[in-house]
Design a protein around this ligand. Structure first.
Ligand code: FAQ
Length: 315
């Protein structure tokens, strides 16, 4: 890749032009997107598992219908994102094999168990809340197919966040036991949700280049701060306590607009979970492998059907 080529490419990025699949692009740009979009797609699909776990145990018909719709949305997001990655010359089979071999990551958050119904509220409120904070800027990502996919995905995530908050609100207005269940869910999901944004900027190997290429528009720490500032007042509205004794308002943050300072994040836990040592990591990959293996005959049948049709069209 010549200097001229890289400079011309960067000039297109700087001019806010969208890069499309057939455009020439640096190999590093392509690889970064395959990695990030692939990881994002895997997260959506693996992310169906903790919530899917509660579909048969939802407390009412209405809750069940809503949860079912949400989990189906995640499947749609995953498929959409795999398609966006495929435009970069990687196949879905390759991406899935990388996931099952432990080479491709998925979001650390999905390696935690869903122990009570309140966890479904906490996931919608916090996990989808964090996901939106990270994904709204991705609607302006320099790679066209990813940016366009994120527009629809963000609309659906917004519904997911609201349904989660509404579950929390219902629990918090309920009995003492329900309120305690909501607090316990917040206690367990708060820190893992902050970890979703990735390591601190100083420890994030990809951020600087991804910002230059306008794949990322904000750094990990900037998005984490925005999430905390938006979410703490919501916890107060619910009457819940954020499990961080060091959390405090600091009017000097955010260029004098104020923001919340938070306690330190347990990065050892983060890396352990990312490396597959989360309480549910083995189950998650085993479930994905089973689904992949059980679906082999469907993929074979679809291919055979397509080949037969193609042969008929030629004849
Ligand atoms: N978990 O240099 P950076 C959802 C890895 S939302 C696991 O900062 P980057 C919706 C990172 O891959 C969740 N690994 O990397 C939903 C890299 O490793 P690598 C998915 C993590 O890419 C809700 C290394 O650490 N959302 O699914 C995590 O610039 C409810 C160094 O990190 C997305 O994927 C983590 N949390 O920034 C579904 C959004 N953080 O690849 C169901 C798109 C970092 O070199 C229910 N992705 N790592 O081996 C992104 O915005 C970025 O990729 C970041 C990481 C911000 C996640």
């Amino acid at each position: 890749e010549t200097e001229e080529f890289l400079a011309a490419f960067q000039a297109r990025i700087d001019a806010e032009e969208k890069i499309e699949p057939k455009d020439a692009m640096p190999e590093g740009y392509r690889r970064t997107l395959v990695r990030q979009i692939g990881q994002h797609a895997h997260s959506e699909i693996v992310g169906m598992l903790p919530e899917g776990n509660w579909i048969t145990r939802a407390p009412s018909l209405k809750r069940k219908a809503v949860l079912l719709a949400k989990v189906q949305d995640e499947a749609g997001h995953g498929l959409y994102l795999y398609c966006a990655a495929e435009t970069l010359g990687v196949t879905r089979d390759e991406m899935t094999e990388e996931l099952l071999a432990g080479k491709a990551k998925y979001s650390s958050i999905f390696n935690y168990p869903t122990l009570t119904w309140a966890d479904i509220g906490a996931i919608g409120w916090l996990v989808d809340g964090a996901a939106i904070m990270n994904q709204i800027p991705l609607c302006r990502c320099s790679f066209g197919p990813y940016a366009r996919a994120m527009i629809r995905i963000c609309k659906e995530e917004s519904f997911h966040q609201r349904q989660g908050f509404e579950i929390m609100l219902t629990l918090c207005r309920g009995t003492e036991a329900q309120r305690a269940m909501a607090q316990d869910a917040l206690d367990r999901w708060w820190w893992p949700s902050l970890m979703m944004f990735g390591p601190h900027d100083a420890d994030s190997p990809h951020t600087e280049q991804s910002m230059t290429w306008k794949i990322k528009r904000f750094t990990n720490d900037e998005l984490r701060q925005k999430f905390i500032d938006a979410t703490v007042p919501q916890a107060e509205y619910l009457g819940l306590t954020v499990p961080d004794p060091e959390l405090r308002w600091d009017e000097t943050l955010n260029e004098g607009r104020g923001g919340y300072r938070h306690g330190s994040i347990d990065w050892d836990e983060f890396w352990r979970v990312v490396e597959g040592e989360g309480p549910m990591a083995r189950d998650r990959i085993a479930a994905r492998k089973k689904a992949w293996d059980d679906g082999a005959w469907v993929r074979e049948a679809a291919l055979a059907h397509a080949a037969k049709r193609a042969a008929r069209n030629v004849a």
